[in-house]
Design a binder for this molecule. Structure first.
Ligand SMILES: NC(=O)c1ccc[n+]([C@@H]2O[C@H](COP(=O)([O-])OP(=O)(O)OC[C@H]3O[C@@H](n4cnc5c(N)ncnc54)[C@H](O)[C@@H]3O)[C@@H](O)[C@H]2O)c1
Length: 369
């Protein structure tokens, strides 16, 4: 038997495959392009968990009826600087791009604006949406709640989601400051990547219902489904390394993602009903855009922010370390590499692509496997 190899596939091929996938399942072309755009941004930034690696999940959720392939979103409240959107279980990436665009347009007129969304679905990487604001010379902030998987400090029950926070600001450098991370120590996508690569989960990321560490990705994923495992908050177990701060940040995200929009929260976001049958996820998001020009001129802001980041990066290094990074920097460098080399597709992911290509008759897209 020949050993299967990893392939690097050009970005435009993966983009086209994802876009055509959404069109094939019935998504309107413009919306399909938005989904492919958000997902390819993840692959380009080296976030392997939320790009092409997620397509099979979206397919499963579409066929189980958890995501509507069309996006019948409605603006249910509309103010000068605020709005509330009901996503009606459409595609989270489409709802979110439109919601952030709305926040940006209102912020351009009024200085700052925010939009809260309920009844949405998974929106991909949170960092995509603040990047939209940064492109318009604004600060952007996005948070979302998600399926319950993180326990509170001193608890063992998965209640909070991996609830990421993403914040972006323009700088005078070739790349913006983009901080985009989940509020537990790790998020499900990282466990999926470990599983695909045949690696173990580091100690202290995931605990079982007795508080013992879980290191097998397969056991963790199966136990998450049964609510018998959870992620620990940023900072880890207890208070010694400030796990309570990760718990607080995750709760803050839950409030912004649920309370302003009269949305669902915690265990109501599990995607299954009381009998275990799939149901919509009812995810909530929150988008904030701040127009910098209402505070100071954009160039001065960029210079100040660039100076902050440069001072941090140029500070003395820990022994053995040659470099300090600021958020968004690694992803900027990764994007150049991925554009030149292509997107890494490991054998397990090749299987997912082949499955979807055959199932949806997308054979005109040429993959090297
Ligand atoms: N939609 C959802 O429900 C959902 C849920 C959880 C996570 N996510 C997404 O998953 C992705 C990954 O999240 P994560 O928590 O695994 O991220 P992570 O732990 O890889 O952290 C990434 C962030 O840390 C910064 N960073 C990395 N190394 C650094 C260093 N040495 N110094 C300074 N900054 C550094 C990066 O620039 C980036 O902003 C994110 O895009 C997030 O939005 C989505």
């Amino acid at each position: 038997m020949t050993e299967r190899i990893m392939h690097y596939v050009p970005v435009d091929i993966i983009y086209r495959f994802m876009r055509d996938f959404f069109v094939k399942v019935g998504t309107p072309e413009d919306d399909a392009a938005i989904c492919a755009d958000v997902m390819i941004a993840s692959d380009l930034r080296g976030i392997e968990s939320h790009g092409i690696g997620r397509l099979r999940y979206y397919y499963n959720r579409i066929i189980s009826g958890q995501h509507d392939v069309k996006t019948p979103m409605q603006v249910v409240r509309d103010g000068a600087t605020t709005a509330v959107i009901d996503g009606n279980h459409g595609l989270g990436m489409v709802i979110s791009k439109r919601a952030m665009q709305m926040a940006i347009e209102k912020a351009r007129v009024h200085g700052m604006a925010s939009v809260a969304v309920r009844n949405s679905t998974h929106f991909g990487i949170a960092g995509y949406y603040p990047m939209m604001a940064v492109e318009q010379g604004m600060i952007g902030l996005t948070v979302t709640n998600s399926r319950p998987s993180m326990s509170p400090t001193f608890g063992v029950e998965p209640l909070l989601g991996t609830n990421p926070i993403a914040f972006g600001a323009p700088t005078d450098e070739p790349f913006p400051f983009i901080f985009d991370a989940a509020t537990p120590i790790a998020q499900r996508g990282k466990i999926e990547v470990l599983a695909r690569n045949g690696e173990e989960i580091p100690d202290g990321w995931v605990i079982d219902s007795k508080g013992r560490t879980v290191t097998s990705p397969a056991v963790a994923m199966a136990s998450f489904e049964k609510r018998q495992a959870s992620f620990l908050p940023l900072g880890g177990a207890g208070e010694t390394l400030s796990g309570h701060k990760g718990f607080g940040l995750g709760t803050m995200v839950e409030i912004l993602s649920a309370s302003l929009q009269t949305g669902s929260f915690l265990t109501d976001l599990s995607g299954v009903d009381a009998s275990g049958n799939p149901q919509p996820f009812r995810i909530g998001h929150y988008f904030l855009a701040i127009n910098i020009e209402n505070f100071t001129d954009l160039e001065t802001f960029k210079l100040t922010t660039g100076n902050i980041l440069r001072q941090l990066r140029n500070s003395n290094k820990e022994p053995g370390q040659s470099r300090i990074y600021t958020a968004g920097e690694k992803e900027f460098e990764k994007e150049k590499e991925v554009r030149a080399k292509g997107i890494k597709i490991i054998p397990k992911l090749q299987d997912d692509i082949v499955f979807l290509r055959d199932r949806l008759e997308l054979s005109e897209i040429a993959f090297p496997f």
